[in-house]
Design a protein around this ligand. Structure first.
Ligand code: TEU
Length: 536
């Protein structure tokens, strides 16, 4: 018998919702979202039925990477509020039964962090070894061939004229990498975890956490990896030791504190090792499914890869379709669907069914799903004109502000002459939270129904997963827990498909991606881009 659900840690049962604070909701009219804006909408998230929030960085930052360049880990940037605002947000979330997970950026700081300012002040400063400095090669070139993220033509090194050495940065030059081989760095960073644990957070999403261990010899990346940023290649044994220390710290706190790591490695097998043997990360993001196109056989492979890599370790999978770094899945699947000669409006009409079916897939696979803010509204990426682009990584489109209503400012009242930091996504006059909340047939209500079916069906939360044979272009899997089972069918094609499984015909339909009130007995036919959850 499976242990009762209450004995399973909350993060294995939870559906997480990612809040990107700049773009979620604004309380003070400066066109940038903030913590009070989040607090004002917590009840909406509780209504939706998610269990936990992951809030992207709100710490003091010069915003060269919109908060992923931290200049003080233990304070809130005034743009977002202050520590008291944060405490109020956590209290209110907890009161509503929502857990709060915050971002932790351990691989690098801002170049404006006092640690780096001191490190750069002289070669023998107290913090010099907190970062990774190397002499130039004899010809003056950088110490190795590592490539930074974002601009794949740029080295992961910047030459610091005043002290005559290069410093390492896997991202922007404004984000120098910390040197975790220096024990004082590890101690200081563990203190930043304690700071927020003491304030009551339920856990952390650890940014590029596989970066905290580097080969001290800093060898060149192999020539066959040319064009891949070093952050996608860095995979060192010492990181696992450091994660075990972090795990011990987290597990030493009462109340099941957790860490989900962003392990930006391109294979599920590599990601799996960062769970250790239940003594490293509690959860890790697995990106191959995020990069997979909307094709049944590709998804079957992702599911199989996750099972093969994670099950033997007892590691619990995660599923993510969208986040603040990638084109939203609705826009991606749309593009993949573009048929020769089809006009854009027709493609857009066809893409909502696909986003709906994807929601059912995301929320019924075995593992903890992560919903990115706006997924539940079926948002597409904003089309950001050249003059409004601000991100060094070209990721503005998926970071468009959430349209809360159909008014001209979409619930982001700004002073005259001030606009939201990015334009709204397409169709916000009709596709906004208020309009979709008023329409029981909307994708927002589909998410809410799916979350409620999930909560009421332990097999969907904790059950095992068996892939069943199904016609080409479709995926079928059964989730089973103790005596209970349900079957999920997803049609990845734009055509109707008959599923020749007599035992399923007539089964109770718990959820249909396209219909708020599906007929009680299943017909045996999947509509184009339709997903259903059947009992049995
Ligand atoms: O992202 C790390 C990362 O490796 C990728 O998401 C990827 O390199 C990038 O998006 C390529 O377009 C994390 C954060 O999620 C991201 O927002 C930060 O910019 C980055 O770390 C640096 O902190």
């Amino acid at each position: 018998m499976t242990p009762p659900a209450d004995d399973i840690p909350w993060w294995r049962r939870a559906v997480f919702y990612q809040v990107y604070p700049r773009s979620f909701a604004d309380s003070d009219g400066d066109g940038v979202g903030d913590l009070d804006g989040i607090r004002a909408h917590l009840a909406d998230l509780a209504w939706l039925g998610v269990d936990a929030l992951w809030i992207s960085p709100f710490f003091r930052s010069p915003m060269a990477d919109f908060g992923y360049d931290v200049s003080d880990y233990c304070d809130v940037d005034p743009l977002f509020g202050d520590l008291a605002t944060f405490d109020a947000l956590v209290d209110e979330a907890h009161r509503l039964g929502l857990r709060v997970v915050i971002d932790w950026v351990p691989n690098h700081t801002s170049d404006q962090h006092p640690w780096f300012a001191d490190a750069a002040s002289s070669r023998d400063s107290a913090h010099r070894d907190w970062y990774v400095w190397r002499d130039p090669e004899p010809d003056g070139s950088p110490p190795n061939n590592w490539v930074a993220a974002f601009d794949l033509t740029a080295p992961a090194w910047t030459f610091h004229e005043p002290t005559g050495q290069w410093y390492l940065h896997l991202f922007e030059s404004a984000q120098p990498d910390l040197n975790w081989d220096e024990p004082a760095v590890e101690a200081a960073m563990l203190d930043t975890l304690r700071f927020w644990l003491d304030r009551g957070v339920d856990g952390f999403r650890a940014d590029v956490v596989h970066g905290i261990g580097k080969d001290p010899a800093l060898p060149d990346d192999p020539p066959d990896t040319a064009g891949i940023p070093h952050c996608a290649l860095n995979d060192q044994p010492v990181t696992h030791e450091r994660l075990r220390t972090i795990r011990t710290l987290l597990d030493g706190y009462p109340g099941e504190r957790m860490m989900v790591g962003e392990v930006f490695l391109l294979s599920t097998d590599a990601v799996a090792t960062y769970y250790g043997h239940d003594d490293e990360l509690h959860l890790a993001f697995n990106f191959p499914p995020l990069f997979a196109p909307w094709l049944a056989d590709r998804w079957a492979r992702c599911i199989d890869d996750a099972r093969r890599a994670l099950d033997p370790r007892g590691a619990w999978p995660t599923w993510v379709l969208s986040n603040h770094d990638n084109v939203r899945h609705r826009s991606r699947y749309d593009r993949a669907a573009g048929r020769a000669g089809e006009d854009a409006a027709t493609t857009a009409r066809r893409s909502e069914p696909r986003a709906r079916a994807a929601a059912v897939l995301l929320l019924t696979l075995r593992g903890s799903p992560f919903v990115y803010q706006g997924d539940e509204l079926g948002l597409e990426d904003a089309d950001v004109p050249e003059e409004r682009r601000v991100d060094p990584g070209g990721r503005d489109g998926c970071r468009a502000p959430i349209p809360w209503d159909g008014s001209p400012d979409h619930g982001w009242p700004t002073a005259p002459g001030v606009s939201t930091w990015l334009p709204f996504p397409p169709g916000a006059d009709a596709r906004n939270r208020a309009a979709l909340a008023a329409d029981p047939g909307s994708i927002l209500h589909l998410y809410r129904r799916a979350l409620s079916v999930r909560r009421a069906t332990p097999a969907l939360v904790l059950g095992d997963l068996e892939v069943l044979p199904s016609p080409d272009g479709t995926l079928a899997y059964r989730r089973r827990l103790d005596g209970d089972a349900c079957t999920v069918l997803v049609n990845f094609t734009g055509e109707e498909v008959d599923v020749t499984a007599p035992e399923l015909v007539g089964a109770a339909v718990l959820l249909a991606s396209d219909d708020p009130a599906p007929a009680s007995g299943w017909s045996g036919t999947l509509g184009p881009d339709q997903a259903v959850v059947l009992h049995g």
